[in-house]
Every structure is written in C-alpha cells, then in structure tokens.
Design a protein around this ligand. Structure first.
Ligand code: FE2
Length: 299
C-alpha cells in the first residue's frame, strides 16, 4: 500500500536532504547472524569481526530475536541485510515496510543497509523469491528513481547486491555489470558484490565471471558475500546450504585484487552447521585477504 502521504517524514513530506557520501568502513571478516548460534556467540565471544542480520527477522516490536540482537550488537558491529525491499518492482513503494526498516535501523545503528537488485512481487503479493530484471534503459531509469526515493527516506545511501539468476530477458540492451555500474554512478548507492552469485549467474548464462568482475567500478564495493551452492550439472542453484566451493574461493581472491580491502562475510541459510565450522570459513576469508593484499591501513 502506498501510504507515503500519511506517514510523518515520508518522501512526500520531506525536502530531499543531502546523503552522507563517506565510504562505509572496512569491518573485516564477518558472518551472517543466525538464531542457531545466539547462545554460542553470547557465551563464547567468538573471534568474528562483525555480523550481518536479515532485517526482516527483527522487524517486530519485541520478542526473543530482538532481545538477543540487542545483546550481540553491544559487542559486535552489525549491518542490516534485507530480502523484501523489492527495489525493482513496478508496484508502488511499500512505505509500511520502509518505516519498519527505518525503525529497526534506529535501534540497531547498522554500519549500512543492503538489499538485492531484484523484485519480489507485484499487486500486493510477495513471492519470497529474488526475481530477475531486464537490463534495459527503461528498467534502469525505474530502479534509479526507486533507489533515490528509498535513500531519501532512510537518509543514507543503500548498498545494492547482485542477485543470482536463472533466466535472462531477450530485450536486455546491456549486461548486468553495465546496469549495476550505471546504477551506482547515478544514485551514489554502494555495492554488495556477492561472489557466489556472480559465479552462479555466470555458469547459468554461459559467461566468464571475470568479465563481470572487470565491469564493476573498483571504488564502489563495500561488502562481499561468500556462500555455497548446489551444482545440478546443467545449472547451479544458489542454495546457501553447502560450504563455499574452491572455484568461488578463487573468484574471491580475484575480487580482492580488484576491489582491495572489502568487508567480507559467510552466508549460510540452510543445513546450518555448528559455529566452529563456519568460523573455519570466516578464517579462510581472512587468510586469503592476508595473502592477496597488503596489510589494511586506516585512511
Ligand atoms: Fe548474497
């Protein structure tokens, strides 16, 4: 429902304020926060630099997850990652969702807020899937206007993630990486480069993932996602239920060489193993960055 005009501080009611333009900080090597690990984290203070939360899991007025998050955020930097902003949808923006997101951000004080470059539904229906968009000038203009609107509403630049895809549109007139490069240039949004998603989409559509990598501007990426997938022989499904595979580790090393020190995290959403097992993968991100890059120095 479009209730912009009824909400205080909605874009309809606010003159656009200049957004902060400072690049978000390098946080180090993190992990997606999952309920299975709350107790181990609070009791063991594991050596993880930061956590990413799924925003929608905490967009309730109270309850156990929010209480756990309050305690964890006292010890670790947090970033917020959403799955239902539906930034590319042609449905009116959902200001009830955006208001809840803004309220959560007030409480959590995340280092940044990210979501996917996709759409998740129309006509009030959420398909709970990250759906692909045609890479056309018309779609780009539409997404640019939506990103501007959301950034103005939240009062901060968004961080947009490349989704994994399984189909392409015949009417696309640019590549995904050209679309993303134009989006960040025209909106000032930052980029979450999901290394696994690039690998998955490149395999599914038959292009070289390094071509994608080379097409993304060097100075706009502030986060990497690393995840596992399911290889079905003819195609790959982005299941997040396996450890990261060797090809994706190699692509990560290449991404580090191009983008430099970028906050990196392991995403596991299914088949969630004990925390120690994921710590091994977090340590591997740290080890590869240490091998590929000079030591990080604060600018
Ligand atoms: Fe991701």
């Amino acid at each position: 429902m479009n209730v912009a005009s009824k909400l205080p501080n909605s874009p309809a009611a606010l003159a656009s304020q200049p957004l902060p333009s400072d690049k978000p900080p390098f946080l180090g090597f993190g992990l997606g926060l999952r309920a299975d690990h709350y107790t181990e984290i609070l009791e063991g203070n594991p050596p993880i630099d930061w956590f990413e939360i799924i925003s929608e899991n905490y967009m309730l007025p109270g309850g156990q997850p929010l209480r756990m998050l309050d305690r964890i955020r006292e010890r670790y930097p947090i970033v917020m990652h959403g799955v239902s902003m539906s930034i590319a949808s042609t449905a009116p923006p959902d200001f009830e969702y955006l208001q809840a997101l803004r309220e959560l951000a007030k409480r959590v004080e995340p280092k940044w807020i990210s979501d996917h470059l996709c759409w998740t539904g129309v006509h009030g229906k959420n398909l709970h899937d990250l759906l692909p968009i045609p890479y056309t000038q018309e779609a780009l203009d539409h997404v640019v206007s939506r990103v501007h609107l959301v950034q103005d509403y939240l009062g901060r630049p968004l961080v947009m993630e490349n989704a994994s895809t399984y189909v392409q549109f015949n009417n696309s007139d640019m590549t995904e990486w050209e679309f993303i490069a134009e989006l960040t240039r025209r909106t000032g949004c930052w980029l979450l480069f999901d290394v696994n998603n690039v690998y998955v989409s490149a395999f599914n559509h038959g292009y070289d993932p390094h071509t994608f990598l080379a097409g993304i501007p060097e100075d706009r990426v502030v986060q990497f996602h690393m995840a596992g997938h399911s290889h079905m022989g003819t195609h790959i499904v982005d299941t997040h239920d396996h450890p990261v595979c060797e090809d994706v580790w190699d692509l990560y090393a290449a991404a580090l060489k191009r983008f430099g020190h970028v906050s990196t995290m392991i995403e596991r959403d299914d088949n969630i193993p004990p925390l120690d097992e994921l710590l091994l993968e977090v340590n591997r991100t740290r080890e590869i960055a240490g091998r590929v890059l000079p030591p990080f120095r604060q600018a």
